[in-house]
Design a protein around this ligand. Structure first.
Ligand code: E4P
Length: 218
């Protein structure tokens, strides 16, 4: 399973990368705004900075919602670096844009997936990734993890190569459950990722090992 970090914060990306387990980055317009990045040049420069920090795929989202606009933006974003993946919303024109970009050899990530049918359509259009949003479904009393399971089953039924990128992760169990089901990628904020590292018995065990060592190595 691949680990992506879901942030536009360069320090957080560096921190996750330093752990040695990072495979890529996802961003969205809200995450860019959170970092105070605005204006086309600043946005493009920020994507370039992110893309230079990691070897793996970096999702950069289009703002246009019409086919021509999405394709225009996608071409500009794809020029930034070879590891830029174009994030396209799950709308009718988005599907058409995914089909076109795929035919040009440009990687895509179909975002804002909330149903198995949406994921099926994105896979059929040739998306490299689909991003089902687990946390936002849980927020409205719908089982987000079940969506990952449904998409896994459907993709496996037909051998779709589209990768399931579990998104909108809120806590470490979202990561574990996604891994159990067989999501290809999980994109997580830094906090749930760091929470995976910790276990009280690890801390306690390490404390005892070091205390015992010190007894005979004063
Ligand atoms: C996915 O690529 C999105 O950036 C992200 O996971 C959305 O998560 P949120 O629901 O926490 O905003």
């Amino acid at each position: 399973m691949k680990f992506f970090i879901d942030t536009a914060n360069l320090d957080e990306i560096r921190q996750a990368n330093d752990m040695g387990i990072l495979d890529g980055v996802t961003t969205n317009p809200s995450l860019m705004a959170k970092e105070g990045i605005g204006g086309k040049n600043a946005i493009m420069q920020h994507y370039a900075a992110i893309a230079s920090l990691v070897d793996g795929d970096v999702s950069a989202e289009v703002i246009a919602t019409d086919y021509e606009g999405m394709i225009r933006e996608a071409h500009e974003l794809a020029e930034i670096a070879p590891n830029i993946v174009i994030k396209i919303p799950m709308i009718t024109d988005g599907l058409k844009a995914i089909r076109q970009l795929t035919s040009e050899g440009i990687k895509t990530n179909c975002t804002l997936i909330f149903s198995p049918g949406q994921a099926l359509l994105a896979a059929k259009a040739g998306a490299t990734y689909v991003s089902p949003f687990i946390g936002r479904l849980d927020d409205i009393s719908t089982d987000g993890i079940q969506l990952i399971a449904d998409i896994r089953l459907i993709f496996d039924n037909y051998g779709f190569p589209t990768q399931i990128l579990a998104a909108s992760i809120r806590h470490p169990m979202h990561i574990i459950e996604s891994a159990r089901i067989g999501a290809d990628v999980v994109t997580t904020p830094l906090k749930p990722l760091l929470a995976l590292v910790r276990h009280p018995l690890t801390d306690k065990g390490l404390e005892k090992f070091l205390a015992d060592y010190r007894k005979h190595n004063p």
